[in-house]
Design a protein around this ligand. Sequence first.
Ligand code: NAP
Length: 255
Amino acid sequence: MTIQVIIAGFKGRMGSTALEMVRQDKELALAALLDPFATETEIDGVPVFTSKEDLIGFTADVWVDFTTPAFAYENTKFALENGFAPVVGTTGFSPEEIEALTRLSTEKKIGGLIAPNFAIGAILLTQFAAHAAKYFPDLEIIELHHDQKKDAPSGTAIKTAELISQVRTSKKQGLADEEELMEGARGAAFDGMRIHSVRLPGLVAHQEVIFGAQGEGLTIRHDSYDRSSFMSGVRLGIKEVVKREQLVYGLEQLL
Ligand code: NAP
């Protein structure tokens, strides 16, 4: 039985890459495509919709979402309410939203995945960084993305900081009376750590965690050079959520 997949945001950079991945996987099939500004009504026999409400009563297994932070929560809620297991790469969810969606998925007994990063190397980076933070509690996170990214810091940087703060002895880094001579110079604060966001054309998705200690330093870095780096994670997510009855946050939960 092929898994029937809806792709929301199919005209975007990530959505169009996901569309090609689904097309090429024999275990998956495209059920419908959604994008508010689509002008087509079908592509190779697959219906195209411009409003999610058109999908009420539609039959499909999985809702892949690569849209924009402003719509991701409502889209994911809609997917769960309508029986589609969400696989969401769109970033920008608050912890309260993730909690509410997890509760809804449990009530509905529908699996799901919200993954701020689908690249396996990025998942390893967050895990290695959390391991290192036990021994090197002084660190700064630098995430670097293309200049069309709407949210900052990246979902991956937030997830990295969350994982690190679970194992790191909480501390405020730098001087207590440190003064910013220009706003934002020290980046965003999270549990005493700092997160810096770089936006430049030519970049895809990159992250470094820099650790400093007495007389030594350690840098862990991951680079996604191409959006295809995310597709093995999306494929895994699609195939796993249909077997589950609760939404999880982070691809590492499925590895
Ligand atoms: P993008 O190129 O701007 O694509 C987003 C697409 O979604 C656009 O075609 C947009 O249409 C469409 N869209 C907007 N609102 C929608 C709605 N309500 N329903 C359906 N489609 C809608 O952005 P991208 O680079 O593909 O990134 C998409 C998201 O994925 C971002 O949040 C990004 O941070 C995230 N991302 C995640 C990963 C990961 O591994 N998890 C990796 C890369 C990116 P219009 O352009 O017409 O508005």
